[in-house]
Design a protein. Sequence first.
Length: 228
Amino acid sequence: MDGTTQVTTPAVLILLGPPGAGKGTQARMLEEKFGLVQLSTGDLLRAAVAAGTEAGLAAKAVMEAGGLVSDEIVIAILRDRIAEPDCARGVILDGFPRTTVQAGALDELLGESGQKINAAISLEVDDGAMVERISGRYTCGNCGEGYHDSFKQPAVAGVCDKCGGTEMKRRADDRAETVASRLEAYHAQTAPLIAYYGGKGVLQSIDAMGQIDDIAAEMARIVTDVTG
Ligand code: AMP
């Protein structure tokens, strides 16, 4: 066995937090540990941009400027992806919802299939540290494993620990100017969701300024608790 702990019912977990809080890193760890599927609307949109689809063409400039893509486009992309068979194992939503309209659409979508949100986990961080965190990050172009110039380097420089890939990528919107716009969009449009999920009784908040492994352990404890 690979140490994966399957959750007993299809869980729906939401990760909330500003850009750079570590949502992607933690989602990947939960995916491995619990056999859940990471759904990142950022990844889905970047794939749509790369493929040159209609949605991708509409999203490209907004993403480059650090703004939020329209609810209509993002909800349509999420709706299609979550309907795929692998998502029946349970999902970790990474970067969705980001507006109250998206949160309402998610409630409706889950209601249609009789599912509910097990937890919305808010990763709490200091804004000031986010620019450094984001501008130092990069991923393996082959498997998507995340690294950071200061906080998480591969054992051999330039070689992915996970798959041995040697092509590392940095995101186009991880430049300092764009990061400021993304943080602004987070505070204006996404942060209100913390109260929204608090009101539904599913909010869990964790201090996400510490070590990646400590945060992962805390996340795993919450997931075990809400899915057990
Ligand atoms: P992320 O990878 O989650 O940081 O997302 C990268 C960019 O994709 C964001 O800055 C937005 O432009 C766009 N994006 C991702 N998810 C959403 C969403 N749920 N709503 C609107 N825009 C999104």
